[in-house]
Design a protein around this ligand. Structure first.
Ligand code: SF4
Length: 375
């Protein structure tokens, strides 16, 4: 049993109709619900909620402060490789793109780690393209101990793995897995993923179940905003989150709301999500789920990131590079996508403090976890 079975019973067309036929009364009913539920999620994501965004923003900000205080967790992505055996038409790492390819060796990894540590980070997100033979379990098992020695919190955003593989990585210190479905609309998914294992929509959809069963502390869900109707994709991600929380109560969850960015060989968004639409999504998810981490990357512009901070965001990257080896030797030919916020870490945290927020570099210590899970 996985979300795939549950997903098969979701009637997409009915949901779409319900989303676009919501009324102001539905939104007002959703706003007075003490707890979020799927019905209120639908109403708040609908076009009918647009006149209520100010009210939603105020409630979202208050709920976020109540649960998370003024703390914003900071992390950095560390790109292990840009090798990829898939073809995704929105991504610079796509197999057929003429790009310099690279996999970090141990020395290069150590150099990247040293730079990231010198900037104060204690939470790391390991990222790679999806290439099982050259950047698969053997490689991950070699590099994880090196990384875990240096960081308290270790997340990965790599190809979907088997449950047994996740278990092995948990033993080496894996704390979180980000696995973005990109879009929950199977036909759109097929159109954008034209080669490689990522074409298997159902295998990807069942990945968070495997991750949770393997005992990973946190799972990150996400959709790539711009591939299709963002309201419907966000709603289906809400269904996914709801299912996972009900089945895996020990696991924590986060979401990311990345908008499609320019990249080598990349496509233009089919659907444009405005800044206001992004605000609506952030606030809706906060009203839906008060425990949820909501993450915002450097894909967004500095002023927007600063303005979104109070509304529900709990985690941010700052000073990111989206290329393997990019902290030591920046080389734009290796990039996955262009980033919008290229401020330094110091600039970002200065701005955070000016707005009354507390940048947190470390909020996790695995010392209490059973010994077999420690490196
Ligand atoms: S999105 Fe991921 S799987 Fe697709 S080409 Fe880029 S790195 Fe590879």
């Amino acid at each position: 049993m996985s979300f795939v079975d549950h997903f098969a019973r979701i009637e997409r067309d009915k949901l779409l109709l319900a989303l676009y036929s919501c009324t102001a009364a539905d939104v007002e009913r959703a706003l007075v619900q003490p707890e979020g539920n799927l019905q209120s999620l639908l109403a708040l994501l609908s076009p009918a909620a647009e006149p209520y965004i100010e009210e939603m923003a105020q409630r979202s900000a208050a709920l976020t402060r109540q649960r998370f205080g003024a703390n914003i967790g900071l992390y950095l992505p560390l790109y292990l490789s840009n090798l990829c055996a898939n073809e995704c038409d929105y991504c610079g790492f796509s197999m057929s793109n003429k790009l310099k390819r690279k996999v970090l060796n141990e020395q290069e990894l150590a150099a990247e780690i040293a730079i990231i540590k010198s900037r104060g980070f204690d939470s790391i997100l390991l990222v790679s393209g999806e290439h099982e033979t050259k950047v698969g379990m053997d490689y991950f098992q070699r590099v994880l101990p090196l990384v875990k020695q240096q960081f308290s919190y270790l997340a990965m955003e790599v190809q979907p793995l088997e449950e047994s593989h996740y278990r092995k990585l948990v033993e080496q210190g894996l704390d979180a897995v980000m696995v973005y479905q990109e879009t929950y609309q199977a036909e759109t998914y097929a159109k954008h993923h034209t080669r490689g294992k990522k074409q298997d929509f159902a295998y990807r959809l069942a990945t968070p179940d495997r991750v949770a069963r393997a005992g990973v502390d946190k799972i990150g869900l996400g959709v790539l905003l711009g591939l299709d109707d963002w309201r419907l994709d966000a709603l289906m991600m809400g269904y996914h989150l709801d299912y996972l929380e009900r089945h895996y109560w020990r696991t924590r969850f986060s979401i990311s709301l990345p908008r499609l960015r320019p990249c080598t060989g990349g496509i233009a968004p089919k659907v444009h999500l405005t800044d206001l639409g992004l605000v609506q999504m952030i606030c809706t998810f906060r009203l839906f789920n008060q425990q949820l981490d909501i993450s915002l990357s450097t894909r967004e512009a500095p002023s927007l990131r600063d303005n979104l901070l109070p509304l529900g965001i709990t985690q941010m990257s700052a000073g990111s590079s989206t290329q393997p080896g990019g902290y030591q030797v920046p080389d734009s030919q290796l990039d996955q996508f262009e980033i919008s916020d290229d401020r330094t870490v110091e600039q970002v945290i200065t701005q955070m403090r000016l707005k009354g927020f507390n940048p947190v570099f470390k909020d996790w210590e695995s010392a209490w976890i059973v010994p077999k899970m420690r490196v």
